[in-house]
Design a protein around this ligand. Structure first.
Ligand SMILES: Cc1ncc(COP(=O)(O)O)c(C=O)c1O
Length: 262
């Protein structure tokens, strides 16, 4: 199949937004689902079919999908190779908890093969179906492994909406209706110089971060782990600057604090 055949060829092709069919289904949704539904409030479309990097709505509008299924559709919608593999597996077995299957072990080998040098033999822990599940699992794993419980997250970070993950989100917006949250979560400023909370220069920011963390990871008991968002669509922190990793890592090492990318 040619690359261009993976997508709707006319994208983008947009008429009235939202179209009449979208409006009718949006209003039906509103009458049937709870008010916790949030995305359609800002993006009032009703999607019907996805193809590659494009999406068609119920009114025939065709969009380029910059949303990417909230970041999880890296190979696009309805990719023929993926669909064939899914179908083949579904016909054999859908779900095996954490019992081994050949295909499961093959996936782990694939993941190990793309790990950076020195991490090729790391053992894998599957975190669950959503990002929030993975964060919850990492937090529990870190507590179990270190025997400690304080966490350090970054200002502007987003980690999910389950209870512990939500505690690590920075800002009132995520948490004000759900207090109290899990105790002993501390926030440090992030060295993100484009919209820097401290100063327009990286080095003073870095020192600020290190100093703040150095202060907060000892209060009131030694910290357990630092959550570093490598890249997040919801976080205001974008991308971990290499120097941050390079400078933070030795400090974490000295303090026996785990560094978790999530
Ligand atoms: C860095 C990060 N962690 C966790 C999550 C939560 O993932 P999910 O919405 O799949 O629970 C997100 C979602 O945007 C995220 O960007």
């Amino acid at each position: 199949m040619k690359f261009e055949e993976l997508h709707f060829s006319k994208a983008p092709e947009i008429g009235t937004l939202p179209g009449p069919c979208s409006l009718s289904l949006l209003s039906k949704q509103q009458s049937m689902e709870g008010s916790a539904v949030s995305y359609p409030r800002n993006i009032p479309v009703v999607m019907e079919e996805g193809k590659g990097a494009t999406i068609k709505d119920v009114d025939g509008n065709i969009f380029i999908d910059f949303f990417g299924g909230a970041g999880v559709m890296a190979v696009g919608h309805n990719n023929p190779s993926v669909m064939a593999a899914v179908q083949e597996q579904q016909q054999k077995m859908t779900h095996t908890l954490d019992f081994p299957t050949e295909i499961r072990l093959q996936l782990i080998e694939e993941i190990q093969s793309v790990m950076p040098p020195g991490m090729k033999k790391v053992r894998i822990q599957f975190g669950g179906p959503t990002g929030s599940d993975a964060v919850e699992m990492s937090l529990k794993l870190a507590k179990y492994y270190t025997g400690r419980h304080p966490f350090i997250a970054f200002q502007g970070g987003y980690h999910g909406m389950t209870a512990a993950a939500c505690t690590l989100n920075s800002g009132k917006f995520w948490k004000e209706h759900y207090l109290p949250m899990i105790p002993e979560v501390h926030f440090a400023p992030y060295a993100y110089c484009y919209r820097c909370p401290c100063s327009p220069q990286s080095i003073p920011v870095l020192w600020n971060v290190l100093h703040t963390m150095n202060t907060c990871w000892k209060i009131p008991t030694p910290g357990c782990a630092l959550l570093l968002p490598p890249l997040s669509n919801r976080s205001r922190v974008k991308g971990v600057q290499l120097f941050l990793q390079i400078h933070i890592y030795p400090v974490l090492h000295r303090s026996v604090l785990l560094m978790m990318f999530c």
